[in-house]
Design a protein. Structure first.
Length: 759
């Protein structure tokens, strides 16, 4: 039955143990190692985000070292004192292959006989393998199960028992007897055998709790759920190997509204039940710890409960996404759990518990979380052990005392990074990364924008974010004289063999001014750039326009207008510097004596600015990015843009500033003015009709980005209705250009226009 409980409570356990806490939804920095607790056997109940139990791995790894049940191996070691651990593991868990030729003492012969019998039992009950645990119902239906009889196994065990005197071996035979009775559904016989032969007569060691685990399953199968729950609390608290399965089984007992409390007799029982209740209850962590201390302040399980509560505090105060807000780390919410835990730690120190350094260190850490750095440092100095943890906290404390970062501080950082290198594939919750977060925050707080940015980013992350202030500060930092070792490191790690730092900055400034509709200033910076070329070249079709809306299509399929060919200086493809030159040339043509050149220059500029708008086909091209997908451009819910964040210091640091790319420049309004200029100069009704349609696309862009004062509803089908703007351009197109060929074509091609004209 125990295995049944393990199976059925898989989902239940994931709620009650692995993912509880309720307040944390993202990553956090874990600065205080959970394994600082003294009772290693309780490690499974430390907090883990991805498994039911702490650092448990379900997936098979062929290269992983085989881990054998520690409690069982240790018990064998206490009896076979002349054997190595490896010999014991091989004999017990690989019995058929073990070489017994040099094992000839009376005890060793008895051990061999027992292991042969245990192997036989395992073969008889092989259907209850680890695999069948996950398909228990199928195992119950096996014909082998129905034909099993415990009588022969029990008889053989009793015969062998009569030949030995070793108490541990006797207990192991008792375990096989109980197991045989349990697995053949002789539950009451198993319970009776336990009560009459084992309960008060066998040393309460690991094999005893193996037995008790089986007996608890028998009680559950007979409907005696409260007794089962009580026994599972004893197994969880006292066994090394059976803790996790006992926890699962106890949880299943609680579905029957029992927890074994009716059998509590004395402080040890109270502590056992309080522990398992506390593991399941995150709502009253501190009070549960205090209750346990009242029962026994020196019990190692107090450290376990305290550590779980402290880990929950870390989830709140060290959120890894705090950089997306103006949160100060540590981020102290209204609740004062950290203060309550600090009080607990201080009381434990005053009480004089055994593992005093654990409590001193915890007290220091909680004082630090409480932003009392002086006290935290003084307390940490009193800790004599835990050298690795102490080193980490000393480094963190030091960095968090800095209000500014001096050259001496930068030397400290440089030394720290040399001794503790951080790789790109490191865990996002690595304690070393909080050092970088705080350094970047301090730089930003003091207006050192470039250094704050470079702590986390390469200069290529300036692409798309359109912050001239950042670009200027990056240039100023690069040109700074007498840089510290850390400043030189920031420059070094921010570039690669393919990117020259200063050239890339000048390139980005050129792109910035292209979006500012200032090609003359853009050309100034493109001329300063000697090496960097954008990843994607610019096609002449950027001066064309499209009727068919298809961002997945190749541009030659959708860009049908080739008016740009009237100007030979527009080559088939060009780089961004040449784009700036083309734009300057077109602007100059707007002042030409020949009206057709003025008209076409306006028309091509209108096409260009709409095409680079966030609903245009070439959106993203200036920054060498894809034009996919609408949500990235027109449905971007990023309220804050990078430039505003930098100017107003709105975030904790700039580690994710590259996510705040600017996608909306109101290019459609610019394009609309050029199209209107074209119409004002043109007597060609076909061209004017096309311009009006393109202006309607600009109106739709404005609607997507800022809304419209007047809209009309469109019912696409019985289930979906949407709104569109009352296009002024469509109105003029319908009223004044209905006789054109373009009108006839567009009313067939454009469903929006057809819907508009049918109102």
């Amino acid at each position: 039955m125990k295995n049944t409980l393990t199976l059925i409570t898989l989902f239940f356990t994931s709620i009650t143990l692995a993912c509880v806490g309720g307040e944390w939804y993202g990553g956090f920095y874990n600065l205080f190692k959970q394994t600082n607790i003294s009772a290693e056997e309780f490690y499974p109940f430390l907090r883990d985000e991805y498994n039911h139990f702490y650092e448990e791995h379900y997936y098979y790894n062929a290269n992983a070292k085989k881990v054998y049940p520690k409690g069982n191996v240790q018990l064998w070691e206490s009896m076979l004192t002349n054997w190595t651990t490896s010999e014991i593991e091989n004999a017990v868990y690989n019995y058929p292959d073990f070489d017994w030729k040099n094992k000839k003492s009376t005890l060793e012969i008895d051990v061999k006989n027992y292991l042969a019998f245990a192997q036989k039992c395992s073969e008889v009950f092989s259907f209850r393998s680890a695999v069948s645990t996950w398909d228990y119902e199928a195992a119950l239906l096996k014909s082998e199960y129905e034909s099993l009889d415990a009588e022969d196994l029990v008889s053989e065990a009793n015969t062998l028992l009569a030949t030995i005197s070793n108490e541990q071996l006797k207990a192991r035979y008792y375990y096989q007897i109980i197991r045989a009775l349990h697995y053949t559904k002789n539950y009451n016989e198993a319970i009776a055998f336990f009560e009459n032969t084992i309960e008060d007569k066998v040393t309460k060691n690991e094999i005893y709790y193996y037995i008790l685990d089986q007996v608890a399953g028998c009680h559950y199968s007979t409907g005696n759920y409260d007794t089962a729950a009580y026994y599972f609390t004893k197994v969880l608290n006292n066994s090394i190997d059976k803790k996790k399965s006992a926890y699962n089984s106890f949880n299943f007992c609680t579905f029957k509204n029992v927890d074994g409390s009716n059998y509590i007799n004395g402080i040890e029982d109270e502590k056992d039940l309080l522990l398992i209740r506390s593991l399941r209850d995150f709502s009253d962590e501190v009070n549960n710890i205090k209750k346990f201390i009242a029962l026994d302040a020196n019990d190692a399980r107090v450290e376990l409960l305290f550590m779980r509560a402290l880990n929950n505090v870390e989830r709140i105060v060290w959120e890894t996404d705090s950089y997306e807000h103006k949160k100060e780390l540590p981020y102290l919410k209204a609740n004062n759990k950290h203060a309550n835990l600090l009080q607990v730690a201080e009381q434990q120190i005053a009480f004089g518990v055994k593992n005093k350094d654990f409590w001193r260190m915890a007290s220091s850490y909680l004082s630090f979380i409480n932003k009392d750095l002086t006290t935290a440092k003084n307390k940490l100095n009193e800790v004599k052990t835990f050298s690795d943890q102490k080193k980490i906290l000393n480094i963190v404390y030091e960095v968090f005392t800095w209000k500014t970062i001096s050259p001496e501080n930068e030397n400290y950082i440089h030394k720290f990074l040399l001794e503790n290198p951080i790789k790109k594939d490191e865990s996002a919750e690595d304690w070393r990364l909080i050092i970088l977060d705080k350094i970047a925050h301090t730089y930003l707080d003091n207006g050192e924008i470039a250094k704050s940015f470079l702590v986390h980013n390469s200069i290529q992350n300036t692409n798309k974010i359109q912050s001239l202030e950042l670009l200027n500060d990056l240039e100023k930092f690069y040109l700074k004289q007498n840089k510290s070792a850390y400043e030189k490191q920031l420059i070094q790690i921010s570039t690669n063999d393919k990117v020259n730092y200063l050239d890339y900055i000048n390139y980005q400034k050129g792109v910035y001014y292209l979006y500012e509709q200032n090609p003359t200033q853009a050309l100034v910076f493109f001329n300063k750039n000697k090496t960097y070329v954008g990843q994607k070249s610019i096609p002449a079709l950027i001066f064309s326009n499209n009727i068919k809306e298809c961002f997945d299509c190749v541009d030659s399929e959708v860009m049908v207008d080739e008016v740009y060919k009237a100007f030979p200086f527009i080559t088939k493809t060009f780089n961004r510097k040449q784009l700036a030159e083309n734009l300057i040339a077109l602007e100059q043509l707007r002042q030409d004596e020949k009206q057709w050149k003025v008209k076409l220059a306006n028309y091509l500029l209108g096409n260009y600015y709409f095409n680079i708008s966030n609903t245009g086909y070439y959106r993203g091209l200036l920054t060498s990015n894809s034009n996919c997908c609408s949500h990235s451009y027109t449905y971007n819910d990023q309220i804050k843009e990078a430039d505003a964040i930098i100017k107003n210091k709105e975030n904790y640091n700039l580690s994710t500033i590259f996510l705040h790319d600017k996608t909306y420049f109101d290019m459609s309004s610019v394009a609309m003015q050029y199209y209107q200029n074209t119409i004002d100069l043109s007597t060609n009704k076909e061209l004017n009709a096309r311009c009006l349609y393109l202006m309607a696309k600009c109106e739709l862009n404005n609607f997507y980005n800022v809304g419209a004062s007047k809209t009309f509803e469109v019912k696409e089908n019985a289930y979906y209705t949407f709104k569109l703007p009352q296009y002024k351009s469509f109105k003029t197109l319908e009223k004044e250009y209905s006789s054109t060929d373009f009108y006839d074509m567009i009313i067939d091609e454009c469903s929006y226009f057809k819907l508009y004209t049918s109102q």
